[in-house]
Design a protein around this ligand. Sequence first.
Ligand SMILES: NC(=O)c1ccc[n+]([C@@H]2O[C@H](COP(=O)([O-])OP(=O)(O)OC[C@H]3O[C@@H](n4cnc5c(N)ncnc54)[C@H](OP(=O)(O)O)[C@@H]3O)[C@@H](O)[C@H]2O)c1
Length: 316
Amino acid sequence: MRVWMTGGGGFVGSNIVRAALDAGNAVTTTGWSFAAPAGAAYDVVPVDMTDEVQVRESVASARPDLVLNCAILNDWDRMYGDREAAWAAYVGATRHTSAAAADVGAAYVLVSTDWVFDGTQAGAHEETPPNPVNLYGSLKLASEMVALERGGAVARVSGVNGLHLARPETPRAQDRGFGYFVASIVDALSSGRTFTVWEADDINMRATPSLALECGETMLAIGEQRASGVFHCCGADAVTRRELAELTCDVFDLDPSMLRYGPPDPESMLAAPVPYDTSLTTPRTDRILGRSATPVRTLLERFKTQLEQPEKAVIT
Ligand SMILES: NC(=O)c1ccc[n+]([C@@H]2O[C@H](COP(=O)([O-])OP(=O)(O)OC[C@H]3O[C@@H](n4cnc5c(N)ncnc54)[C@H](OP(=O)(O)O)[C@@H]3O)[C@@H](O)[C@H]2O)c1
């Protein structure tokens, strides 16, 4: 397939690029601030996803089989401070990319999130009605509606772990979500530092972790099938932060006595509500893709294998 996507220089996007290249696809990604390394096996085009003309011209010239919208405005202060820019970056970009896909007859996938749920909807499946509690979730839900009404697919990822393959130097730190959680524990414990697992009522405390590379593979499978509707791109098991921390120690042979449990760093908190339990289930995804979601232990073992292969830790 030829894949045109936004956000290939981001954390999740770089893993989609890797998965696409590994499966023999040709990839064009937007580069907002990202530039391809010399000799890269994929194309980076300087396209602003909020500019309809740029998006449509770039997609028309690439003539992809699959258009994938992964990029986001990932800055909560800006999102809350400039609502028009936020709407343009989420809903506007979804409109432009889905229209561009339709122009060339390409399949369409929008990357979304488990934060479209309110934190009390444990085990939400693909047809559970969302109920976002913050602006990010609301913008994602509005974007989902655009993608779905235009016959596209929505790929919700959750608790994304793994490596940033475009910017490996990106600091890995625990935050109020589950992203980077495993890498942060591995970084700390393997260099002899303790790690405090945050526990509080106002952060995301339970989720269904995924591995970014596997999310990319699932999205490509959705695109290959030209499937539409909502998909949950996550593992099979919902876990708490504590359970995921302990399992990480087990899989990565790290000392669990180096784990501490305590309140979050106040500086990392958001001035917005955060959903508590965003665990997902995957019945529709499994049925349509003809597979079973991967157990969380297996995802961590795969992540460990990735870390042991530094040549696979960056997209070139
Ligand atoms: N990380 C998680 O744990 C998680 C959880 C749930 C859902 N998600 C979803 O996964 C997707 C990617 O998230 P991420 O964490 O990987 O984000 P990220 O690392 O912050 O990447 C964001 C990307 O958006 C691009 N971008 C920003 N503004 C742009 C513009 N105007 N035009 C074109 N590109 C622009 C950036 O481009 P440059 O690289 O060129 O600067 C960057 O590649 C999002 O849809 C997010 O909602 C992530």
